[in-house]
Design a protein around this ligand. Structure first.
Ligand code: C2E
Ligand code: MG
Ligand code: MG
Ligand code: MG
Length: 285
């Protein structure tokens, strides 16, 4: 039985593989076009202070307006962009855009920190920090309003050169956040040596805080560790009021997630910021 199906299965498998490879090649060429034809945009998600609900920052998140498929999320293309090296160019666009957004919002009286996600490929690129500085300078955006988000895994593998460059950027006033904390394997001794201001506790660690005593204990311990390192704790991916309440009680400093607001286009973000600062948290009591 197995034998008679073997050939069919092999063909089926190689067909699938061929389709997958064609898809990957197609995606790569579409990404090149996206870079050339300016199909990217940013959306912004607020981060609020647990203490009083005031907005402390916005995280800029990348969106791709695909000509046929409409809006595409980073999970569907970032890995491929990384593999092909296109992430360097896309990341360059992100950094330029964030610098201009900071300046534009500042002119509107919204002087607020903006966080930007940085990919491994970008940090590898020797010119990254120089171009980042230039982008901020050319846009007239002060470094103190910029935060770089670097994933835990990436942070653990930064070269000494990159750590030095990060330290210099921090000396200019920019801040650094470790993203997705709790999903990688941190060398805690190394974490101590990194120049970091905030640590973002990954959604997977806060998902069950309102329904499982163990999950709450772990989140509380992680927040204690972050405070012990002299950093602020940020919770990301907060989806319910119950999670939000627990996170405030266990001492999380900054809150981010759908329960507060989703990522929004610029106009929506600015309208939200004007109309409801503090609302999310006041509702929480
Ligand atoms: P991240 O930096 O950890 O960003 C948080 C992600 O969680 C965002 O997904 C955001 O929309 C989503 N999110 C926010 N609140 C909630 C919530 O309450 N529940 C759930 N389930 N999700 C929530 P998004 O925008 O799809 O981005 C996914 C990832 O792609 C980001 O994870 C980041 O690693 C990467 N990314 C996004 N923009 C950029 C960029 O400009 N450059 C680079 N290198 N990576 C980016
Ligand atoms: Mg992030
Ligand atoms: Mg994250
Ligand atoms: Mg995440």
């Amino acid at each position: 039985h197995a034998k008679s199906n073997g050939r069919g299965r092999a063909e089926h498998f190689s067909d699938r593989l061929a389709i997958q490879m064609a898809d990957r090649v197609q995606l790569e060429s579409e990404l090149r076009e996206a870079v050339e034809h300016d199909q990217f945009s940013l959306v912004y998600q607020p981060q609020i202070a647990a203490a009083d609900g005031r907005i402390v920052a916005a995280e800029a998140l990348l969106r791709w307006q695909h000509p046929e498929q409409g809006e595409r999320l980073p999970s569907s293309f970032i890995a491929r962009a990384e593999e092909t090296g296109l992430m360097v160019e896309i990341g360059e666009w992100v950094v330029q855009s964030v610098a201009r957004s900071i300046a534009r919002w500042g002119a509107l009286g919204v002087e607020q920190r903006m966080a930007v996600n940085i990919s491994p490929r970008q940090l590898d690129h020797a010119a990254f920090f120089r171009r980042l500085r230039e982008a901020m300078h050319d846009a007239g955006a002060p470094a103190r309003l910029l935060e770089l988000e670097i994933t835990e895994t990436l942070a653990m593998h930064c070269s000494d050169e990159v750590i030095d460059a990060i330290a210099m950027l921090r000396a200019d006033g920019a801040s650094i956040a470790i993203d997705d904390f709790g999903t990688g394997y941190s060398n805690l001794a190394r974490l101590r040596d990194l120049p970091v201001d905030r640590v973002k506790v990954d959604r997977s660690l806060i998902e069950h805080v309102a329904v499982e005593a163990e999950a709450r204990t772990i989140a509380q311990a992680v927040i204690g560790l972050i405070h012990g390192l002299g950093c602020e704790a940020v919770a990301e991916g907060i989806e319910t009021q119950a999670q939000l309440d627990v996170l405030r009680v266990i001492g999380c400093d900054v809150l981010q997630g759908f329960a507060i607001a989703p990522p929004m286009a610029e106009a929506d973000f600015l309208a939200w910021a004007r109309s409801a600062p503090g609302e999310a948290i006041r509702a929480a009591g």
